[in-house]
Design a protein around this ligand. Sequence first.
Ligand code: FPP
Length: 236
Amino acid sequence: MQNLPDHVAIIMDGNGRWAKKQNMPRTYGHKKGVEVLKDTVKSLIKYEITSLTVYAFSTENWKRPPKEVKYLMGLFSQTIEREAAELDEQDIKINIIGRRAELDQKILKKIEKIEKLTEDNDKLILNIAFNYGGRAEIIDVIKKLKADKNLKPEEITQKLVSKYLYNPTISDVEFIIRTGGDKRISNFLLWESAYAELYFTDKYWPEFDEKELNKALKSFAIRQRKFGALTGEADQ
Ligand code: FPP
């Protein structure tokens, strides 16, 4: 397929509703969600797409019942440990973005380990947004800018702000897919998605198979991208 995005981001919504439909606990949906994510990663590599960012746990997700929060923490922690070697073998680089200070020490260690193990890989960059919020990220940028006493207001440009994001090496998002039927961004990648094309589907995340991904990518491929101006390179 021609005219594919380099950087896709996904809001993997609908795990709980999918599980409920099969009379299973919500956690079953999250578990299936990890499997679907693994398949999606393989498919994106086939399409030669080079970056994927997924929303695994938002700063708002702490408000869920404690049991579910605990399950999601455990699932993330187990998955990044269990899949590390295979991800590395597949030449996938893992970046975790989000507020780290609020995470458990054990999880932090695993995050550092997988990032270090995969740092030189470049087939696919997989950014996992974990304890991530778009507004939290912007606030954290502002704090870092304010802490730099030598910085003059006129030096604060879009380029500079981008350098202060959780991971300055991550490119702008070109295509955001949201499953689960809701049509909102829910505090995901607010800065990085300024020019992103959006795609919403009623399919729940556990149902988002290769056929659905293909449909989404086709929809991107035929859109004419305008950036509001000619190039989208404005920097002021
Ligand atoms: C939204 O569905 C999904 C989540 C809050 C969690 C998604 C997390 C994963 C798929 C696992 C991530 C793990 C790694 C290692 C990346 P929902 O619970 O809001 O579903 P609902 O809208 O039907 O209630």
